[in-house]
Ligand binder design. Structure first.
Ligand code: NAD
Length: 297
């Protein structure tokens, strides 16, 4: 079995790395928070000391970091993955970052005689814990075939979408649908409640029809229960909408609905919502309407 390096052991990376350990892979792990790293070392991994050293120890290096600058620094920076990567190694970034940065990183990796994949995920913390993530992959067919057994330990719906960057473009598309649907569910439940109709009953009725969605089901319930513990943090989804709008701007494309929801996310950040679940977007619409959906009994 290939030796795997895993960098970034947060909400997602921690359970993902644990699945790989359980599957019998030898792991070298690294996180900038020592206590977090220690927890995975106690579960059977070797402790990494720098991205370069992790790459030197590994056949395959996986990163699960917050944002584009983090991936750039960890891979391309001083003592970065690139310095330790061997010809024939495989680098897999599973973070959600800009497609243009993903392409730049894969280019750099290929220049070292290694190969790279962008493989962002959907399915959240629960998907990571249950190894049921959707994994959307960009890169060469050969790299995808090599990585597939590793992906299968962490996810279920694993799709090779296209060349480098295609995985990140797919994830951006995913985040458009999720953000806009959260806003739609928020507006629907708010409309019902302000009109004096029980929003819990409205959700129940809508779940049986064409408006049915997992977001209406799970996040609609969060809104009714007033449970905004993350889950997926508002600040990370706002980051993803920046990726969407930045990419659209690069392409000369207008996405007015996405832009509107991103503005509401900006407002949520300014109102102390950064660390709340992204379903807390409903609170910004409540503020605009000066009306709050009552907590379900
Ligand atoms: P997180 O903030 O919980 O974890 C990130 C981890 O990376 C932290 O433990 C942090 O200490 C570590 N880290 C940051 N910079 C580092 C560096 N330079 N060196 C070593 N470690 C470093 O974030 P998360 O929720 O696990 O998300 C990770 C990625 O997955 C993000 O791109 C996010 O958008 C994406 N994602 C998250 C979810 C979700 O539900 N949380 C779902 C799908 C995709």
């Amino acid at each position: 079995m290939e030796c795997i390096g895993f960098i970034g052991l947060g909400i997602m990376g921690k359970p993902m790395s644990q699945h790989l350990i359980k599957a019998g892979y030898a792991l070298t792990v690294l996180d900038r928070t020592p206590e977090v790293q220690q927890e995975i070392v106690a579960a059977g991994a070797h402790a990494g000391t720098s991205p370069k050293q992790v790459a030197e120890q590994s056949d395959v290096v996986v990163t699960m970091l917050p944002d584009s600058p983090d991936v750039s620094e960890v891979v391309l920076g001083k003592n970065g993955v690139l310095e330790g990567l061997r010809p024939g190694s495989l680098f897999i970034d599973m973070s959600t970052i800009l497609p243009s940065v993903a392409r730049r990183v894969t280019d750099a990796v290929r220049q070292k005689g290694a190969d790279g994949l962008d493989a962002p995920v959907s399915g959240g913390q629960v998907g990571a814990q249950n190894a049921t993530l959707s994994i959307m992959v960009g890169g060469s067919a050969a790299a995808f075939a090599r990585a597939k057994p590793i992906f299968e330990k962490m996810g279920k719906n694993i799709v090779h979408v296209g060349e480098a960057g295609a995985g990140q473009v797919t994830k951006a598309a995913n985040q458009v649908v999720v953000a806009v649907t959260i806003a739609a569910v928020s507006e629907a439940l708010l409309l019902a409640a302000k009109a004096g109709v029980d929003p819990a009953k409205v959700r129940e009725a809508l779940l049986g029809g064409f408006a049915q969605s997992r977001i209406l089901d799970l996040h609609g319930n969060r809104m009714l229960q007033r449970n905004f513990q993350p889950g997926f943090k508002m600040k990370l989804h706002r980051k993803d909408m920046s990726i969407v709008l930045h990419t659209a701007r690069e392409l000369g494309l207008a996405l007015p609905t996405s832009a509107g929801v991103a503005e509401l996310m900006n407002a949520a950040m300014g109102n102390g919502g950064a660390e709340l679940d992204h379903s807390a977007l409903v609170m910004m619409l409540e503020k605009l309407g000066n009306f709050e959906i009552p907590k379900a009994g």
